[in-house]
Design a protein around this ligand. Structure first.
Ligand code: SF4
Length: 680
């Protein structure tokens, strides 16, 4: 198999990739006297072609952050945190965890993996640690922004990680509830979004479905603004009509099951019903159907506007249904499934993973998924006394999770809260054990979540900077803790003798090139041709299951949102300069002070006597936040947009931990009713 190798940067600069999200943008660092003086996008990078978002360019400021964690700390019985040696910190942590396991059982010890921890290829031995402990108490941000997507992928294909995305050369694309012009690395890594979106728009059939007129909607050919949470009806109606005229019957017969059930289901989405549910005009659907019939196939991509909503599973199922009836699944011009350069799934397939598992003792009604409890049950588990110790790797749940105040109290009640992070955060401040971690510029990496990329591409990066202080890599801390609990996680070696590369090498075990070949290509390796039709080989029975009974049943229990004229529906907004809790302190923000803005429609603002730039109070199910009013035509009447990622005005104050999708474990964060008022 042929690989294209790329050249290295010149001697005065260093070349790396940003791993804050799945975008994996190429970066060039200018370094003087061991200080990063500038970071720019690598114009010669084969995937990102010079593009970076503000977060990537802020990695230097992040590395030199005035609040970097440098030395381990311990809090002993309610006192202030004190600086200690690693030996003291890890010995104490190991002793306390061992005692809790002895007294309360392994499930009393849990772990929360933040976005930074999930993307760190070197730190994945936490899985071995928790397997060795035998604790099911695993939580991550997956159930905050992606769990519904994984559920539907599992039910349809038997592989929760089989992530589709529109063929970059598709002639028709529908983007739903996503804004890649602002956020492009969550469910998919759309690097250089302007280039890709303009390519799709050049065909005249780039449709954006979003209640907000987003930055992405502005470059699209068509923008639909349906009622929040009604996207499933749009796709259901299109599926119904294509099944009546224009379906790819050969594809359905050969590669799908459950077609009759889907046909029966979508029968309810006649034009009048769909227009009533969505608030859209009939002409919209005529135009959409005209485009689909003209191209035959299409690509569809959904974002957190869908995955975080109450109707996520329904919309995602209808997405697959429309892709199937048009024969677009895993076919050119339709939906493309990147097997991943590292994952190499087109050659190796995918293991049958145990996706479904029992729920946490305090919430048995919410099953575990892929070996994780829903992050929404974390508070319940602590309050019920089931969880006594929590290790946090690269995350700040106080920003990411619902019910901020209740969560603070729960975390404070833990016997052990060990937080590994790069800078001071509120979670760090509440910790019993503070574990100062390498930042991403201080460690080597091999992005292993490469199947979210639009290209079959991999790039190893060496460490860019020499770590200072007592910082250590996450894998080293986990391996050391494992030893103190009696588990050898790294094959008999001492963690002090191991390197990042020793941790990364096994990740490339199935890759399309050896670890050494990947490492030898400073700007990465790529398989240029896209494989098509490979997914069919690994589907259970060779077919997509279009009618998973548990998701179909959710259609029957679907209730229209309660009419609450004094309430607005909350749309969570992403920002270019934050990703979940990453850089939530505003390191990458240009404006000062960094405060959340509340997007509101002009008519609603007049009704509430809200002035642009004035402070407003937003109240939700669990508390209230203050925000600066931003009057925007782009916001649909009856909705307000509020950004994630603010520590002191967290959207978690508006959301409820009990609001969890019972199938996927996803915490519902979109479409939450809130009230808005001017500050007195
Ligand atoms: S889009 Fe931004 S955060 Fe994501 S990889 Fe690129 S520079 Fe990093």
């Amino acid at each position: 198999m042929g690989h294209t190798a790329f050249s290295s940067a010149d001697a005065t600069t260093r070349r790396t990739i940003c791993r804050l999200c799945a975008g994996l943008c190429g970066l060039i660092l200018s370094i003087e006297d061991n200080r990063i003086v500038k970071i720019v996008g690598d114009k010669s990078h084969p995937v990102s072609r010079g593009y970076t978002c503000p977060k990537g360019r802020a990695l230097g400021a992040w590395h030199h952050h005035p609040h970097r964690l440098n030395e381990p700390r311990i809090r002993r019985s309610g006192t202030e945190q004190v600086t200690v040696t690693w030996q003291e910190c890890l010995d104490d942590l190991g002793d306390r965890i061992a005692e809790l396991i002895e007294t309360h059982g392994p499930g009393a010890v849990g772990i929360y993996i933040g976005t930074a921890g999930l993307f760190d290829g070197t730190s994945q031995i936490w899985r071995s640690l928790f397997a060795a402990i035998g604790s099911p108490s695993v939580y991550s941000t997956i159930s905050v922004d992606a769990a519904t997507t994984l559920l539907v992928q599992d039910r349809l294909s038997g592989n929760p990680l089989l992530a589709g995305q529109p063929d970059p050369d598709a002639k028709m694309v529908i983007l739903i509830g996503m804004n890649p012009m602002v956020s492009h690395g969550q469910n998919f890594g759309m690097t250089a979004p302007k280039i890709q979106l303009r390519q799709w728009a050049s065909e005249g059939r780039l449709w954006v479905v979003d209640p907000r007129r987003t930055e992405t909607a502005e470059v699209a050919n068509h923008h639909l603004r349906p009622r929040l949470g009604s996207e499933y009806a749009i796709l259901g109606h299109l599926t119904r009509e294509i099944l009546r005229d224009g379906a790819d019957r050969e594809f359905l017969e050969r590669f799908a099951t459950g077609v009759d059930a889907i046909e029966a289901l979508v029968a309810r989405f006649d034009l009048a019903t769909t227009c009533r549910l969505t608030g859209l005009k009939p002409a919209v659907f005529e135009a959409l159907l005209r485009d689909i019939r003209a191209t035959g196939r299409l690509g569809i991509m959904t974002g957190t506007g869908v995955s975080m909503s109450r109707t996520a599973n329904l919309t995602l199922l209808m997405q697959y249904a429309l892709l199937a009836v048009t024969g677009s699944l895993d076919r050119p011009g339709g939906e493309w499934y990147n097997p991943g350069f590292v994952r190499n799934a087109d050659a190796t397939g995918w293991p049958r993973c145990s996706y479904d598992g029992p729920g946490a003792p305090s919430r048995p009604d919410i099953p575990s998924r892929m070996g994780e409890y829903s992050a929404g049950v974390l508070i319940d588990e602590i309050e019920a006394g089931n969880l006594k110790a929590l290790i946090i790797l690269g995350g700040n749940p106080i920003i990411a999770l619902p019910e901020t105040e209740r969560l603070r109290r729960a975390l404070d009640s833990l016997d052990v809260l060990a937080v590994a992070d790069v800078i001071e955060t509120e979670s760090v401040g509440r910790a019993t054990h503070v574990l100062p971690s390498y930042g991403q510029l201080e460690r080597a990496d091999l992005p292993y979540i490469d199947f979210l990329s639009p290209r079959q591409f991999v790039q190893y990066t060496p460490a860019m900077m020499t770590p200072s202080g007592g910082r250590r890599p996450l894998w080293w801390m986990i391996a050391q803790l494992g030893l103190r609990l009696g588990y050898d996680l790294i094959g008999g070696a001492s963690p002090d003798d191991m390197t990042d590369d020793d941790m990364l090498r096994p990740l490339a075990g199935n890759a399309k090139a050896s670890f050494d070949e990947i490492k030898a290509a400073p700007q990465g390796l790529e398989i240029q041709e896209r494989p098509w039709g490979w997914v069919d080989r690994y589907l259970p029975g060779g077919r997509w299951n279009l009618a998973p009974p548990d998701i179909l049943a959710q259609f029957d229990t679907l209730e229209p949102p309660a009419e609450r004229p004094d309430h607005f529906l909350l749309i969570p907004a992403r920002q270019k300069y934050k990703l979940n809790s990453v850089m939530s302190d505003g390191t990458a923000a240009l404006r000062e002070p960094d405060r959340p803005t509340l997007g509101i429609n002009p008519d609603d603002a007049v009704r509430l006597s809200l002035k642009d730039g004035a402070e407003a109070i937003v109240r939700g199910g669990s508390g209230a936040v203050c925000a600066i009013t931003s009057i925007e035509e782009r916001v649909l009447p009856g909705t307000v947009s509020f950004p994630h990622g603010f520590e002191h005005q967290s959207v978690g104050n508006l959301t409820m931990a009990a609001e969890i999708d019972p199938l996927s474990g996803m915490v519902v964060l979109s479409g939450i009713p809130v009230t808005v008022e001017p500050t007195a």
